[in-house]
Write a protein that binds this ligand. Structure first.
Ligand code: HEM
Length: 461
């Protein structure tokens, strides 16, 4: 990983950073943006966004890419009512997840958030840890079975996190075909991804959008199956340890006493599946890629995991004793934030970093560029878990893998707990090395994915 380069006769040691996306250096016209975004949404982020607080342009609609922490605080917190999620994002997701927590605005969002929040309290999330521990164990078994063959850890982590989320939403319920649900959601997201590429920048409406007729067929059956499960659970009463379905069934808005209908519960559970499993899988896949990229980091992490776990799978009680594993995850979320671009539409005029924002402008928070800003981070492209040592915290609005303000990810602590449990378990049991010549490419289609997968050899210890 170390490379020695020679400049002007002197020898300077430079470190090759882990894989990164090429950001654009020239302004793009409408057609070029369209072409670039078809391949990779990251291709629309100007390199300048890593060096200046705001970059504005017009590609059909006026847009602004904001990487200034104070201005981002304004968009997500202080002036949040002026910056609802872009209409396109909502139209895109509504057929799959209804007017649920992720999409709703105003009053309808507020009561759902109040009702769902207790389900994600520290106590409830900790109580769900055994599900994560079992999924980590099963994942380790599958990897061990692969023997000497390289494993695509992206696929493996998607399986593991789907295991978790389906267990904490529709756990132990018969008549619910998990594989079919997984397939319907993946298909939908793949289709939706094609549409979003056209829409994030607010390209003009006359550009045809081939993905408009979304694959919603599989969704109908799935929703009906989910409704049956919810009704059956309501009749049978909850599990010993309540899962997310139980908690939503029992939840009520502390302000109005309103409870969610079967349909509202179903849409929110599907939202948790859509918003929660792939994002967490990506965090894990990128963390494993980084551990294979830097064997010193991996060795240190393994020593920590083995010291605490002695070969068993991690549990909620171990979390506080695994700080270095957590640092790796924080750093992976910095370098490869699954939600690499967050987009809003301005309702009324405003000023951000001295730039006039007009009503209707698209305000983009390119989290990928924010996390690699030369104004905010030392050696931003380098993988260095030690920047998080001893609880070091950057400026709150310089690091936003989960967003912030009232719309901050409701599942953040759930995801972090799951990621630490799975990563620690796997590092305690295997030594991972990358397969030469198949480095992943960071490509954003809705989420930031390692294209070609993360192929690793896993040596059982
Ligand atoms: C590492 C994993 C995850 C990442 C990186 C992530 C990221 C995010 C981000 C950036 C947002 C804000 C989007 C915006 O403001 O436009 C968000 C919202 C949300 N996330 Fe997550 N998420 C993760 C895991 C989860 C999990 C595990 C769940 C549920 C089990 C979840 C459920 C949600 C929901 C429901 C919202 C909408 C909240 C609201 O608007 O009130 N996420 N997530």
């Amino acid at each position: 990983m170390q490379r020695v380069s020679h400049t002007h006769g002197s020898t300077v040691e430079t470190r090759i950073p882990p894989v990164r996306a090429e950001l654009v250096r020239e302004p793009l016209n409408v057609l070029q943006s369209w072409q670039a975004s078809r391949q990779n949404l990251l291709n629309i982020i100007p390199e300048a966004s890593t060096r200046q607080p705001i970059v504005s342009g017009r590609t059909g609609t006026r847009w602004h890419m904001v990487t200034d922490p104070a201005a981002i605080r304004c968009v997500l917190l202080e002036n949040v009512d002026n910056y609802p999620k872009s209409i396109v994002t909502k139209n895109l997701l509504r057929p799959a997840i209804g007017d649920s927590l992720f999409i709703a605005e105003g009053k309808h969002w507020r009561w759902q958030r109040r009702t769902a929040a207790p389900a994600f309290s520290h106590r409830n999330v900790a109580a769900l840890a055994p599900v994560m521990t079992r999924a980590a164990d099963r994942s380790a078994d599958r990897i061990a079975q692969a023997g000497n063959r390289a494993v695509n850890m992206l696929d493996e982590m998607i399986t593991a996190t789907f295991d978790v989320i389906s267990d904490v939403t529709f756990s132990g319920d018969t008549g619910f075909d998990r594989a079919a649900v997984h397939k319907a959601i993946d298909l939908y997201i793949a289709e939706a991804g094609k549409v979003s590429l056209f829409d994030v920048l607010g390209l003009p409406d006359w550009i045809p959008r081939p993905g408009r007729t979304l694959a919603t067929n599989g969704m109908g059956d799935m929703k009906a199956a989910a409704d049956r499960v919810i009704d059956a659970r309501q009749a049978s009463g909850h599990h010993d340890i309540p899962d997310l379905l139980d908690l939503l069934l029992e939840g009520e808005d502390p302000k109005t006493g309103r409870r969610m209908s079967t349909e509202e519960i179903r849409d929110n559970l599907l939202t948790f599946i859509v918003a929660g499993h792939e994002t967490t899988a990506l965090t894990l896949a990128w963390s494993l890629y980084l551990c294979a990229f830097d064997q010193d980091v991996q060795n240190r992490a393994r020593a920590e995991a083995q010291n605490v776990l002695h070969g068993r799978a991690a549990t909620a009680d171990d979390l506080a004793k695994l700080p270095y594993i957590r640092q790796i995850i924080d750093e992976a979320l910095r370098l490869y934030p699954p939600a690499a671009i967050v987009s809003r539409t301005a309702l009324a005029q405003d000023t951000l970093c001295g730039t006039q924002i007009h009503a209707g402008d698209t305000v983009i928070l390119p989290i990928y560029a924010l996390h690699r800003s030369h104004l905010l981070w030392d050696d931003p492209d380098q993988f260095n878990p030690d920047r998080w040592a001893d609880g070091a915290k950057p400026d709150r609005y310089a690091y936003l893998p989960f967003g912030d303000g009232p719309r901050i990810c409701i599942g953040a602590s759930f995801a972090l707990q799951e990621a630490v449990i799975i990563l620690a378990t796997l590092l305690g049991r295997f030594r991972f090395t990358s397969v030469k010549g198949v480095d992943p490419d960071p490509v954003m289609i809705i989420t930031l994915r390692p294209e070609r997968g993360v192929w690793l050899e896993a040596e059982a210890l």
